[in-house]
Design a protein around this ligand. Structure first.
Ligand SMILES: Cc1cc2nc3c(=O)[nH]c(=O)nc-3n(C[C@H](O)[C@H](O)[C@H](O)COP(=O)(O)O)c2cc1C
Length: 204
């Protein structure tokens, strides 16, 4: 690559860094439907962000995808919502819980799908995790019936993104439990896309 081209790209990225929001924004595809969709997710280390983008892809990528720490200015502008959370300490993330409580009236009747992402000690989650984390916790926070399409996805351990305290605490816990401390990645894009397709089909 010529140096000039490289510099131009560099300048472009520089201005992007100033103008862009902090979260990685996902610009949706135009939708045939007039209805507006948003996927709202809570993550600590990014697994649930990836799940949210892939759920949206399964819907034809028509949804705006928001980190709950940077929510839309007006959630009431959306007709349909999908909500997902990482599981930590056996529950959904507190930021999501707070947001759902504060916006209960605006999201009422609009939640079309739910998901959680859980490490589950390296095992793929199944019906038990759906029951515990979605039917037992997330449906209540989101104020919906447990009959909306829903799924529990496998999580990740990525030690490189843990802050030092989390790193030490988790390493101590895993050592005590005698489980592996190696990184793993059990999130499957196909599972996320399948849920997205199911949500869209049920709404149609
Ligand atoms: C501090 C901490 C607590 C966790 N607690 C649980 C838990 O209670 N149950 C579980 O299945 N996974 C647990 N996990 C694993 C996470 O669910 C997994 O790492 C997931 O991919 C995190 O999602 P995120 O990257 O979107 O934050 C925990 C992970 C961390 C770092």
């Amino acid at each position: 690559m010529e140096r000039r081209t490289f510099l131009n790209i560099g300048a472009g990225l520089g201005s992007l860094a100033i103008a862009a929001p902090l979260r990685a924004q996902f610009i949706p595809q135009p939708s045939q439907s007039k209805e507006k969709w948003a996927v709202l997710f809570a993550t600590m280390y990014g697994t649930t962000r990836d799940a949210a983008a892939w759920v949206s892809e399964g819907m034809g990528a028509i949804a705006d995808v928001y980190d709950v720490r940077k929510p839309p200015a007006d959630i009431a502008a959306y007709d349909n919502l999908v909500i997902g959370s990482a599981i930590m300490g056996f529950t959904i993330l507190p930021e999501l819980n707070k947001y759902l409580e504060a916006n209960a009236a605006k999201i009422k009747g609009k939640v079309r799908g739910l998901f959680v992402v859980c490490g589950n000690l390296r095992n793929m989650p199944g019906d038990e995790q759906v029951k515990t984390y979605i039917d037992g916790i997330l449906v209540k926070s989101a104020g919906v019936a447990s009959s909306v399409p829903r799924a529990a996805f496998g999580g990740r351990i990525t030690k490189a993104v843990w802050d030092p305290k989390v790193y030490k605490d988790n390493m101590d816990t895993y050592a005590k439990m005698g489980v592996s401390t190696d990184d793993f990645d059990n999130l499957r894009r196909a599972d996320c896309m399948k849920l997205g397709a199911e949500i869209l089909a049920k709404k149609a």
